[in-house]
Write a protein that binds this ligand. Structure first.
Ligand SMILES: *Cc1c(COP(=O)(O)O)cnc(C)c1O
Length: 421
């Protein structure tokens, strides 16, 4: 249930016709649904009912201030992976004690800013990082709360570019070395160990890798406690997948994930932290684009859109599938034909779909990429000097532009010329 549904032959975002937004803002444009964001956040929150927990939305999935504020008002914490994201969380009114700082390459400046502004915990990923954080905290006369991200060496069975829990990945420390690393953390003057962190990857469509990872984490809790560490929080990361193709088998629900957490780790007496990103924002956003040309090629027809890989890079980067639907609902049983759906950027990689069956479309028609809310707008760029794609947030029967499309003048004026030109 994602609140982008046909009504009277038109695609709606909640109670607003998508075509109305496209007419007002022009295309391409991302449109998000407040009701869907809210629903998905609550599903996670409720899935952990009965356990002390905090849901820290992984804002790298979609970090517009309006989205963050919507979630913050529901009580969401935030998982941030850069100083910029930390600043965004604070600007959205998230208190420091609900912000978790993840990422393999935190700089000293980022550590300092987070310690100054307030932080729930740093999820540290290496010994050199622990050393640096301890030094920064000591210089400031404070203690930095940490969890160590352990790499449980399980196969998340997801796309190689978003798998993070195998030993060959750059993330975390091998779980086999945890005792040694926790002992070092405990000995560093600027750190306080508060928990364990694990995140095995993204777009997981099966609970089994989680079961394996959580089981290893449970064993580690017992071992580290026996070694004298006060393990009181477990950060279980994010990664639960969404159904990108309608009609295919759906990934596990947050409720089932929550039940697994309770079953495997519920008796540890720990506060649970989870960091969902994609499942909160993914199906809460669509990318709307207009057909520019229909080009007949040799043996295949190309549907050329005004959206391109700079607006939505997932197909080019991850071979990702997005359902593409016309904004005007096709007649029941309307005939379909295969198209290669492409953008205007000068790269063959600027292909959204090959030989995709779609009902007949003409120049000027609007289409929507479904499930584009996560890792969509945040990964957009101005490649080919195509203005940064705008974003719109819908709530019930109204909508607001939450990121404007910049003018060419604004884009050009961001460059500055050296005095010799
Ligand atoms: C990316 C990331 C997440 C969110 O992953 P999703 O698949 O979007 O749920 C959570 N935690 C960490 C550490 C991440 O890097």
């Amino acid at each position: 249930m994602d609140h982008f549904l046909y009504r009277d032959g038109q695609l709606y975002a909640e109670d607003v016709p998508v075509a109305e937004i496209a007419a007002k803002v022009s295309t391409p444009v991302y449109i998000y649904s407040t009701a869907t964001l809210t629903r998905h956040f609550r599903l996670f929150d409720e899935a952990l009912d009965g356990l002390p927990h905090v849901v820290c939305y992984a804002m790298k999935a979609a970090s517009n201030q309006a989205i963050l504020k919507t979630l913050a008002q529901l009580g969401a914490g935030m998982d941030v992976v850069s100083g910029g994201e930390y600043a965004r969380a604070k600007a959205a009114g998230v208190p420091g004690d609900r912000i978790v700082f993840s990422g393999v390459g935190k700089t000293r400046a980022e550590m300092r800013a987070a310690l100054e502004g307030g932080i729930r915990q740093f999820n540290v990923e290496s010994e050199p990082e622990m050393q640096a954080l301890s030094e920064v905290a000591s210089e400031m006369g404070v203690i930095a709360p940490i969890a160590v991200r352990v790499n449980p060496d399980v196969d998340a069975k997801t796309h190689a570019k978003i798998a993070t829990g195998k030993s060959e990945n750059k993330f975390g420390i091998p779980i086999s070395r945890a005792s040694e690393v926790y002992a070092m953390a405990a000995a560093l003057p600027g750190l306080e160990v508060v928990g364990i962190d694990v995140h095995i990857g993204s777009q997981l469509t099966d609970l089994e890798p989680y079961r394996l990872a959580f089981t290893k984490v449970g064993e580690l809790v017992d071992r580290l406690r026996a070694e004298g560490h006060d393990i009181r929080r477990l950060d279980l990361g994010g990664g639960l997948g969404i159904p990108y193709t309608r009609g295919n088998e759906a990934p596990p629900l947050p409720k089932e994930y929550g039940n697994l957490v309770k079953e495997v780790l519920g008796d540890k007496g720990c506060e649970i932290e989870i960091e969902p990103g994609r499942l909160v924002a993914g199906n809460a956003g669509i990318l709307v684009s207009e057909v520019i040309y229909l080009k007949q090629g040799e043996g295949r027809d190309f549907l050329i859109l005004d959206a391109a890989m700079n607006d939505l890079i997932r197909p080019a980067m991850y071979e990702a599938h997005h359902d593409i639907v016309p904004v005007v609902e096709p007649a029941p049983g309307a005939e379909q034909a295969p198209y290669d759906v492409v953008g205007p950027v000068c790269e063959s990689g600027d292909t959204f779909a090959k030989q995709r069956n779609l009902t007949a479309l003409r120049p000027g028609d609007l289409v929507a990429f479904r499930s584009a809310g996560a890792y969509g707008a945040v990964m957009s760029s101005e490649y080919n000097t195509r203005p940064l794609v705008p974003e719109v947030l819908v709530k019930d029967d109204h909508f607001a532009v939450i990121r404007e499309r910049p003018s060419f003048e604004e884009i050009i004026n961001r460059d500055t010329l050296p005095e010799w030109l």
